[in-house]
Ligand binder design. Structure first.
Ligand code: G1P
Length: 292
């Protein structure tokens, strides 16, 4: 049994505009884009639940109503499926609202993921939380968040999920440096979106999965106060200031196959791989791809 407070809550900041997928995201949240037939956010909720999360706080905003409806009961749809004897489809939708307890908080202006996370501060009980951005899917026997959770439970420190990327990709990510031991990093440096390879402390990039302890939230709040509420607030700012104040922040290189579904190529790759793995689609899709 870990001596540290259990992580039971996850925050999903989803208020961004999803500009990389326009026009598809003009009138629907990017988190609702499907991988085969299930929205990306559903996979992330399953990942959170598997890691022991019971409460999911979704920081939402204008144009994101589809997410609330998705995790709610759809009475008319269920009634219609019962009437038509579509039991297999009914089974797929009926339990979605029971996956976790869902709480929605609106972020009035999308002023960055750090600002989004701070919107939840009022309903947190000075507890550690998982933070999951809506883009990164990892396929592995032990889920990505479970891997982070294990390191948190051992150490009580904040943990950032990491993956190694090529020099050309570094500018898209937060990049960390520090003492590396196997798959763990004692983080001493955090550079958000380095302009060039020379500015990056390593090739270990931040994927959008974190365990955030209350002291990091405190650093974020101090950051906001210091900047008088002006400009964007990023979770990266909280980590950077925590590191400069000698607060322990660990990194864990995540095992598994990664898909960055926030960019078009990653989203397509996830769709193809997930479909190839399906009994009802795999063989036909393989034949189609081989014919190209
Ligand atoms: C955010 C973080 C960045 C991280 C990335 C992962 O950036 O600020 O550190 O590497 O998510 O997806 P965004 O992609 O939201 O600009």
């Amino acid at each position: 049994m870990s001596e540290f407070k259990k992580v039971k809550t996850a925050i999903f900041p989803v208020a961004g505009y999803g500009t990389r997928f326009l026009p598809a995201t003009k009138s629907q949240p990017k988190e609702m884009l499907p991988i085969v037939d299930k929205p990306v956010i559903h996979y992330l909720v399953e990942e959170a639940v598997e890691a022991g999360i019971e409460k999911i706080i979704i920081i939402t905003g204008r144009g994101k109503r589809a997410i609330e409806d998705y995790f709610d009961t759809s009475f008319e749809l269920e009634h219609n499926l019962v009437e038509r004897g579509k039991d297999h489809l009914l089974k797929q939708v009926i339990d979605i609202p029971n996956l976790a307890q869902f709480i929605y908080i609106r972020q009035p202006i999308p002023k960055g993921d750090g600002d989004a996370i701070l919107q939840a501060a009022g309903v947190l009980n000075n507890e550690p939380v998982a933070v999951m951005f809506g883009d990164d899917l990892v396929v592995n026997e032990k889920s990505a968040l479970t891997q982070l959770m294990e390191l948190y439970e051992e150490t009580g420190s904040s943990v950032i999920g990491l993956k190694e990327v090529s020099d050309e990709q570094l500018h898209n990510y937060g990049v960390v440096g520090g003492d590396v031991e196997d798959d763990r990093v004692n983080i001493k440096e955090f550079v958000e979106k380095p302009q060039s390879k020379e500015d990056a402390p390593s090739n270990l990039s931040v994927i959008g999965k974190y365990i955030v302890t209350p002291d990091i939230l405190g650093e974020l709040m101090a950051f906001v106060e210091y900047h008088d509420g002006n400009g964007e607030v990023r979770l990266a700012d909280g980590f950077k200031s925590a590191i400069s104040n000698n607060i322990n922040v660990l990194g864990k290189v995540i095992e598994g196959k990664h898909y960055d579904t926030g960019n078009k190529l990653g989203w397509l790759q996830a769709n193809i791989d997930f479909a190839l793995d399906r009994d009802d689609l795999g063989e036909d899709l393989k034949r189609f791809l081989n014919s190209k």
